[in-house]
Design a protein around this ligand. Structure first.
Ligand code: HEC
Length: 244
């Protein structure tokens, strides 16, 4: 019985939580909110696309899905001399990336699907100052992360506040209790939360651009069925009128 309960518990707890023991904050995902997706696209292109690619998303498709004119996309969202029908690639060579960061920044096309929006949202809010790391920052959700805090000018810098917890064998261990802003950035905490929510919303769209299309198609199908029900009802009335 105990094992069964344990099994159910393991199944229910999310993998990200189980892996790190870090609580996740929830992002509000709304793929119908075009303004949020557009802002998210802007953050992604400006702050992430220098190191990470998103090869599976074509600029042209993004323009269409997010209601941005192709000219505007070319002007404001494309910097690396690509064509509008190209996927979002980067010019950094994998070999250089490995030399600079120790690891290759992964392609982010499907990251929202593998990690989940809440994980991403929490990750982007969990950088803190740690002088022992090569870039001077660490991440409480992704310890020893190889990525610098590229959004520090927006968020500012956070410092970790520790608490002591007793482990099972009776020894005392210091763990991070919370992070707090030690040096403000250009945004207030609320603005930064909103910006990260927009960015994660965009990355969720990026993971499955076809979802939006499916939802639109879904409504059309429902409408079609409704109309057909009306037509069949009238037909039925007509067929049976002589019998009654
Ligand atoms: C200066 C280069 C650089 C920039 C800019 C950058 N990253 Fe990273 N990122 C990295 C590196 C390097 C890693 C690999 C970290 C590791 O595995 O330790 C990484 C890892 C990640 C991961 C974790 C992937 C995993 O293993 O699951 C996510 C998510 C991520 N980045 C998102 C972003 C987002 C969103 C932005 C834009 C706000 C961004 N990154 C900007 C270098 C960068």
């Amino acid at each position: 019985m105990k094992q069964l309960i344990l099994c159910v518990f393991l199944l229910l707890s999310s993998p990200a939580f189980a892996a790190s023991g870090h609580e996740l904050e929830s992002a509000t995902i709304d793929l119908g909110n075009k303004a949020s997706l557009q802002r998210g696209a802007k953050y992604f292109v400006n702050y992430c696309l220098s190191c990470h690619s998103a090869k599976q998303l074509r600029y042209s498709r993004m323009a269409e899905d997010l209601d941005i004119s192709p000219e505007l996309v070319e002007l404001n969202l494309m910097f690396t001399g690509e064509k509008i029908f190209d996927g979002m690639t980067i010019s950094m060579r994998p070999k250089d990336a490995e030399k600079w960061f120790g690891v290759n920044p992964p392609d982010l096309s499907l990251i929202a699907r593998s990690r989940g929006p809440d994980w991403l949202y929490t990750y982007l809010k969990s950088f803190y100052v740690d002088e022992s790391r090569p870039f001077g920052v660490n991440n409480s959700l992704f310890p020893e992360v190889g990525m610098p805090h590229v959004l520090a000018d927006l968020q500012g810098l956070q410092r970790a506040v520790y608490k002591e917890v007793e482990t099972e064998d009776g020894s005392v261990r210091k763990v991070i209790d919370k992070l707090e802003i030690s040096e403000p950035g250009r945004m207030t905490e609320r603005e930064y939360d909103q910006a990260m929510n927009d960015l994660v919303n965009f990355m969720t769209y990026m993971g499955e651009p076809a979802k939006m299309e499916r939802q639109k198609l879904g409504w059309k199908v429902l409408l079609f069925i409704l109309v057909m029900i009306g037509v069949f009802y009238l037909l039925k009335k007509d067929y049976w009128k002589d019998i009654h």
